[in-house]
Design a protein around this ligand. Structure first.
Ligand SMILES: [Zn+2]
Length: 285
């Protein structure tokens, strides 16, 4: 499991730095984020530091964070922030407000330390959620400008980092906990995908898997994903655009390389329908 951690914003006082209230966001994102990286590494997780300390502007800072996140495959990208504006509590932003265990548990674990749980919020307009290709969440630990900050100082950054770490390592994302043994034989994989109505023509896809290693691995990973998918979603609109389909499958960890699959879908109509129907199953079950 490879996790990208971003200590939000540049360092204090620089272009792109965070909010300042009773505590300084740029300082505290680094206290929490660095401890979080240390805890994850201590548990044997591979960690990529996606923090950018110095930038010419906020937009340059955000672009650099995404470059650091996207230059390798990540199972999860986590950006650590603190909120401002006079509220109380913790909230976690995901693309489309999608819920997954790490995001829900991060909000729940932080709330358990004595903060309001403001829940999962739609962060579709947040740059680092829009432009990272891995599954992503942005954690607003608490507010810098209310008595949240006093609670935070009393607890200390390490307790907050531990709460987020436990949310990440306890996640049921299919790439993390594979308690269901993965099918490796083409026959088993194709049978399963056919049984679930994702593919129609078993012979066609058996042939593909035999001759194209990418398609074999896609079918294998999709099969494992659908067999271990933790929670039901009730989306109704089917994605038709190759970019949207690749992006969503990548966020789910079914594919690693968005660009490869987007191009493949545009080149081969069978592959387009395989990914489209595969994703649609994931979004509706
Ligand atoms: Zn922030």
């Amino acid at each position: 499991m490879i996790i990208g951690i971003n200590c939000g914003h540049t360092v204090s006082g620089q272009p792109g730095c965070g909010a300042v209230g009773r505590i300084d966001e740029s300082v505290e994102t680094r206290h929490v984020g660095k401890k979080l990286m240390e805890l994850l590494r201590a548990q044997g997780r591979e960690v990529v530091n996606c923090t950018n300390d110095y930038a010419s502007s906020t937009s340059a800072n955000l672009a650099e964070i995404c470059r650091l996140a996207n230059k390798q495959y990540l199972d999860l990208f986590v950006s650590v922030h603190f909120n401002a504006g006079g509220g109380r509590g913790t909230e976690v932003y995901t693309y489309g407000g999608r819920t997954f265990n790490a995001a829900e548990d991060a909000a729940r674990n932080i709330a358990a330390l004595g903060f309001n749980n403001r829940g999962i919020k739609d962060g579709s307009n947040l740059y680092v959620l829009r432009h990272t290709s891995a599954r992503a969440m942005l954690v607003e630990v608490c507010f810098v400008d209310t008595d949240d900050a006093d609670k935070y100082l009393k607890l200390g950054a390490d307790k907050l980092a531990t709460a987020i770490c436990e949310a990440i390592t306890g996640t049921n994302a299919p790439t993390v906990t594979q308690t269901t043994e993965e099918y490796t034989s083409t026959n088993d994989i194709i049978w399963e995908l056919h049984h679930r109505g994702i593919i129609g023509d078993k012979a066609l896809w058996t042939g593909y898997c035999g001759s194209d290693v990418n398609v074999y691995w896609f079918c294998r990973k999709l099969c494992q994903y659908v067999r271990t998918k933790p929670t039901g979603e009730h989306e109704t609109d089917e994605y038709a655009d190759a970019h949207d389909i690749a992006w969503d499958l990548c966020h789910r960890g079914v594919i690693g390389d968005m660009t490869l699959w987007e191009a493949y879908m545009k080149r081969d109509e069978n592959v387009y329908w395989l990914l489209r129907k595969g994703l649609n199953w994931c979004r509706t079950h």
